[in-house]
Design a protein around this ligand. Structure first.
Ligand SMILES: Cc1ncc(COP(=O)(O)O)c(C=O)c1O
Length: 325
């Protein structure tokens, strides 16, 4: 039995579809203050508290709604490529609605992610780990070309519902949670949906909001979910003129931040959040040289896409390197 609420999606001829109650739990995540040092405080948008454990519940929900509205779902299986979090979001939200879900995922996605996908009953197609998300995208494209009647290719890298989800929900929440005082938005770039969607909306409200894009510092990195855009397939939704600055962060710097935040603040965040916090530290440090803003007026919001428990099998390397005081 599927728990449902009264909201429906799509045109009237699709009105028979009732959204599962679980879909209503997506979004409305807390924004908390986090001290990075004596002189550095930022606000963390706790996206790991979404029901599927990541920020990707938001675009997945909007994409599923679009599939229903177009009449593609539930007749076909939803198909997409993902480094893991979107796949989990589709699998969870799809299971709640009784939709078939097939995902192409790089074989080096963490054990926890692969186990979760199988737990939700998704069909998982593993792709060459050396080629990362790009191989998964190619596999999905080939599959839908061979079986167009079986699959609906959601294509999160090009689907307008991906940034739209952040335009309509993430930005709105951040604006309300900061009383419109946000000055900087710092977000890692994977599909770029978060930064494009939330960034566009925030700049409409206040053109002076600075958008900081965070990328890995090279093509081979351990920052799952993030893309080194110079060497990757460029997402169709990415607009290079949107970020005011791009910061490049190494896996080691991000890991250090993950380690210190767990021990000093009780927050065990994912690696891409670690990278975003490294970039946020640089932003805060640079404020004293910025003539356009008083450092005390800065409200730096950092997107925390997921939590560290999703990477526990890789987390052994975090232990034991700092002596207990
Ligand atoms: C852990 C993690 N961080 C960051 C991102 C980047 O988000 P976006 O795709 O909105 O750019 C993703 C996207 O999958 C992710 O899974």
């Amino acid at each position: 039995m599927t728990a449902t609420d009264s909201r429906t999606v799509g045109r009237s001829d699709r009105a028979a579809f009732s959204e599962p109650a679980l879909w209503g739990l997506v979004g409305n995540t807390p924004l908390i203050s986090v001290r990075l040092s004596d002189s550095q405080t930022v606000r963390l948008k706790c996206e790991w508290l979404n029901p599927g454990g990541s920020v990707k519940d938001r675009p997945a929900l909007f994409i599923l709604r679009d599939g229903v509205a177009r009449g593609e779902l539930p007749g076909k299986r939803l198909l997409d490529a993902s480094s893991g979090n979107t796949a989990i979001a589709y699998a969870m939200l799809g299971a709640a609605a009784g939709f078939g879900v097939t995902v192409c995922v790089p074989a080096n996605a963490s054990r926890e992610r692969q186990a979760l996908l199988r737990a939700y009953g998704a069909e998982v197609i593993l792709t060459d780990p050396l080629e990362g998300a790009d191989a998964a995208i190619r596999a999905a494209r080939e599959l839908v070309a061979r079986h167009p009647g079986r699959y609906w290719y959601a294509d999160q890298y090009n689907h307008p519902a991906n940034p739209q989800a952040h335009y309509l929900t993430t930005a709105d929440e951040i604006w309300r949670q900061t009383d419109g005082r946000i000055t900087h938005l710092v977000a890692g770039v994977g599909t770029s949906g978060t930064l494009m969607g939330a960034g566009r909306r925030l700049k409409e409200w206040n053109p002076h909001v600075t958008l900081v894009a965070v990328q890995p510092d090279g093509p081979f990195h351990g920052l799952e979910g993030l893309k080194h855009l110079a060497t990757a397939l460029l997402p169709g939704i990415y607009d290079p003129t949107m970020p005011d600055r791009t910061d490049f962060v190494s896996t080691e710097e991000a890991e250090d931040r993950v380690r210190s935040l767990a021990r000093d603040a009780g927050l065990f965040i994912g690696w891409s959040t670690g990278a975003a916090l490294v970039a946020a530290s640089r932003v805060v440090r640079g404020l004293s040289d910025d003539p356009t803003i008083r450092p005390s007026d800065a409200v730096v919001v950092v997107i925390a896409p997921d939590g560290g428990t999703r990477y526990l099998s890789e987390a052994e390397r975090l232990g034991g390197e700092r002596p207990v005081p």
